[in-house]
Ligand binder design. Structure first.
Ligand SMILES: [Zn+2]
Ligand SMILES: [Zn+2]
Length: 391
């Protein structure tokens, strides 16, 4: 494995930084302490640091060489999750109910390691923007950075990101060309009937019964309205209603999410959910209000940048440890907003050891520090191969 020698020697620093960040998890758009920590490190390496995009966002820059050379962006997320940590580790979360359970602490440090190495060594020509974004989980901080002028203020030819995957072996890499992760939409449905005594159903309009039908009907969208060769998911994830054994409530509310890769599938899923709710309303003589929100677009890797990412990963880990054609997944990622604007590629890095370290979004998850120098070396190698000194 060809981890950069100078990055390999940073392992103690990288591990310490990662554990320091792990103690202070902050969620969407509240990453104040995290952002200050990252900015302080970047300034100490000598980078130009811009703060404030999307609130807590950071863009730090290294320029090398004269003239009109290309620029690229490397992106890390910064936010944590609303989970109460159960690892019992000495560096566990000190923020009650918040936890770095998706490894964004590790992502920040892999990018910081590369920034320090690239600042201290003259190994590329061009411009690298290190992008640290808030609110990857649910709230679309990457999209907000784009809307607030990320690529107008920091023009790039292409943009890259990376996420740890505990299910993959430590130090492996995984990617595919084209769609790699799904679009993420959410829906809220409120069924309003007329409540009353449970023993006099003839006098009520029962939203509980209607909600039971609705959950079943929604499962017909993917199975009967979507071409089986085109992926989609409809999941109802919350139902709330009622207070007692003997009272039929006035209202029941449901929530859920849908996933898909193609706009025509997304359009069909949304319209069928609305039509089913309209039909339910007529069938039960009950009001059914639907709010449907399109949150993240699908994450689509472009061909050239995927090949650049693969080349860098192979230089770090060897071709037998780089999966180049993985099956896309139905989870989603707000780096998709950046990929909608610029060519680029999203790389998975194997973290391994899920038995010891847990899976993503679990209260016992912990980032595997052994991959910190591997990920930092991937970033450094990507910069050195995409923006070589010799061209
Ligand atoms: Zn996550
Ligand atoms: Zn994540």
């Amino acid at each position: 494995m060809a981890v950069h020698e100078k990055i390999g020697t940073m392992i103690e620093d990288l591990t310490r930084w990662r554990r320091e960040l792990h103690t202070c998890p902050e969620t969407a758009f509240s990453e104040a302490e995290t952002s200050a920590y990252v900015a302080e490190k970047l300034l100490s390496f000598g980078l130009d640091v811009d703060r404030g995009l999307a609130g807590t966002g950071i863009v730090a820059t290294i320029r090398r060489g004269e003239g009109d050379r290309p620029a690229i962006g490397l992106r890390s997320d910064m936010d944590a999750l609303d989970i109460t940590e159960a690892t019992g580790l000495p560096y566990a979360s000190r923020n009650e109910g918040k936890m770095h359970a998706c490894g964004h602490d590790g992502h920040m440090v892999m990018l910081l390691g590369a920034a320090r190495y690239l600042a201290e060594n003259d190994t590329f020509r061009g411009t690298v923007h290190f992008i640290f974004q808030p609110a990857e989980e649910n709230e679309g901080g990457g999209g907000r950075m784009v809307r607030e002028g990320l690529f107008e203020r920091f023009p790039v030819r292409s943009v890259f990101a990376m996420h740890n995957f505990p299910v993959l072996k430590e130090g492996t890499f995984a990617i595919c060309k084209g769609p790699m992760m799904a679009a993420y939409d959410v829906f809220d449905i409120r069924i309003t009937g007329r409540g009353g005594h449970a023993a006099t159903p003839q006098n009520v309009k029962d939203p509980i019964l209607a909600s039971a039908y609705l959950v079943n009907l929604l499962q017909s969208v993917v199975s009967r309205d979507i071409n089986p060769t085109q992926a989609a998911v409809v999941s109802v994830t919350e139902i709330h209603g009622g207070t007692s054994y003997n009272i039929i409530p006035d209202t029941v509310s449901l929530r859920g999410t849908t996933r898909h890769f193609l706009t025509q599938v997304q359009d069909r899923v949304e319209s069928r959910i609305r039509e089913i709710c309209a039909g339910l309303s007529a069938s039960f003589d009950i009001a059914v209000n639907v709010t449907y929100e399109r949150r993240y677009p699908p994450l689509v890797n472009t061909d050239r940048e995927t090949e650049e990412a693969i080349r860098a990963a192979i230089l770090v880990s060897g071709s037998d440890r780089v999966l180049t054609d993985i099956v896309p997944v139905m989870t989603s990622e707000d780096f998709a907003f950046m990929l909608k604007e610029r060519p680029g590629a999203y790389m998975g890095i194997g973290a391994g050891r899920p038995r010891e370290n847990g899976f993503l979004h679990q209260a016992k998850y912990d980032f595997n520090d052994r991959i910190l120098p591997i990920g930092a070396s991937y970033w450094a190698t990507l910069v050195e191969t995409v923006l070589p000194k010799t061209s």
